[in-house]
Write a protein that binds this ligand. Structure first.
Ligand SMILES: *Cc1c(COP(=O)(O)O)cnc(C)c1O
Length: 371
């Protein structure tokens, strides 16, 4: 791989395959695997990632919004796609794209059934979401009769799965809360199964749930961040491989004297002779202002160079006083060694936010496989 000549997100598909296989090794053979590819597959390009995972044999995909699912269909993805948070206004498009909605309250359930009946559908797959403690989306435990009643009145839809979502699956201090959620889900799922007279797919675990709560694997797991290399714990991070490296290049080097400032609002002031490098990546690329003023750092020639002053829209400036380097040299923002999780941690955020914020104008490069 030649040095980066511009800002690129380099994505290693071999590592994606290894992560998929590792996560699969942690669930029983018969348990289905749903890959969560919402938000541009956490910044890694949903189409490319989904095409690769489809070849590896994932059972299901999930996205957040209808438009994300339609983009996958347009790219030829044939695997079933669950839309986690569809909006009523998109129900008709969702059906046209053979996407499967998560329905989470009486209003969206009734409105979806109305659209399905209007289109004369029969047994269109739907997924019923129950809230067990996250208090974000979902029917409550005592809504089971309401759901069953609505379903008993129509042949247009059929329950393909019943699911819930853990609130703190990565936090073992909250283990008893997660166990309570699992118990609540079991109770609700059993009541649904009894009322329906058949057993849909049951699922509850995200990546950390998959790793920490084997008793909650049910019939399927839903993994996003794990596929991209993060297990939300030191122990599991060792078993997974971050698949993306964010790289850039030094555009210009400046020598400045004591008291001279760098960047907008003169936020950085040199405490003596200082060398700075300007790098073509800024908040419009996903490196937010919270990384500025000494919080975040990049790596040049194996040495740390802190971001100084305010992050600009298209550039950052870093302190290279103690770094031997020249214009045109490669700059690593994050990679397998200094991971996205570490970089995100410097500004008190998480890998999920950093990865999903990397904007479309950052070129994605794929290594490790070809289509
Ligand atoms: C995003 C999401 C997931 C994936 O979570 P990870 O922690 O990335 O594995 C699973 N289920 C639901 C409902 C989600 O919204």
């Amino acid at each position: 791989m030649p040095d980066a000549q511009e800002t690129v997100l380099e994505i290693n598909l071999n590592a994606l395959k290894d992560n998929f296989e590792y996560l699969k090794s942690r669930i029983p053979k018969e348990t289905r695997f749903l890959a969560v590819v919402k938000a541009f597959a956490y910044g890694h390009d949903a189409i490319k990632t989904a095409q690769f995972l489809e070849q590896l044999g994932v059972d299901y995909f999930a996205v957040a919004y209808t438009s994300e699912g339609l983009a996958l269909r347009k790219a030829g993805i044939k695997t079933p796609i669950l839309v986690l948070h569809p909006q009523v206004v998109n129900f008709s498009n969702l059906i046209e794209g053979c996407l499967e909605p998560s329905l989470y309250n009486a209003n969206v359930l009734r409105q979806f059934i109305a659209v399905a009946e209007q289109k004369s559908l029969h047994n269109y797959p739907i997924h019923v979401k129950f809230n067990t403690g996250l208090n974000r989306l979902g029917f409550w435990e005592n809504d089971v009769d309401l759901v069953l009643n609505e379903l008993s009145k129509t042949k247009a839809v059929q329950v393909k799965s019943i699911f819930s979502h853990l609130a703190a699956s990565e936090d073992l201090d909250e283990k008893s809360f997660s166990e309570q959620q699992i118990a609540s889900f079991k109770k609700t799922a059993n009541a649904m199964i009894e009322g329906l007279g058949f057993k849909p797919i049951l699922h509850m675990c995200n990546t950390s749930g998959l790793l920490n709560f084997p008793q909650a694997h049910f019939d399927m797991v839903r993994s996003g961040i794990g596929l991209f290399g993060f297990g939300n714990s030191k122990k599991e991070n060792k078993n997974l491989k971050p698949i993306a490296s964010l790289k850039s290049v030094i555009s210009q080097i400046h020598q400045i004297e004591n008291g001279e400032s760098v960047g907008y609002n003169r936020a950085y002031s040199a405490k003596g002779f200082t060398q700075t490098a300007t790098i073509p990546i800024g908040h419009a690329d996903g490196i937010g202002r919270q990384y500025g003023n000494g919080k975040g750092f990049v790596t040049i020639g194996g040495k740390k160079a802190p971001i100084i002053g305010n992050v600009c829209m298209d550039m950052i400036m870093v302190d290279i006083t103690d770094v031997a380097c020249k214009e045109g040299d490669e700059v690593i923002i994050f990679d397998r060694d200094n991971t996205a999780e570490n970089f995100a941690g410097t500004a008190n955020t998480i890998s999920y936010e950093l990865l999903t914020a990397i904007s479309p104008r950052v070129k994605r490069i794929y290594i490790g496989d070809s289509f």
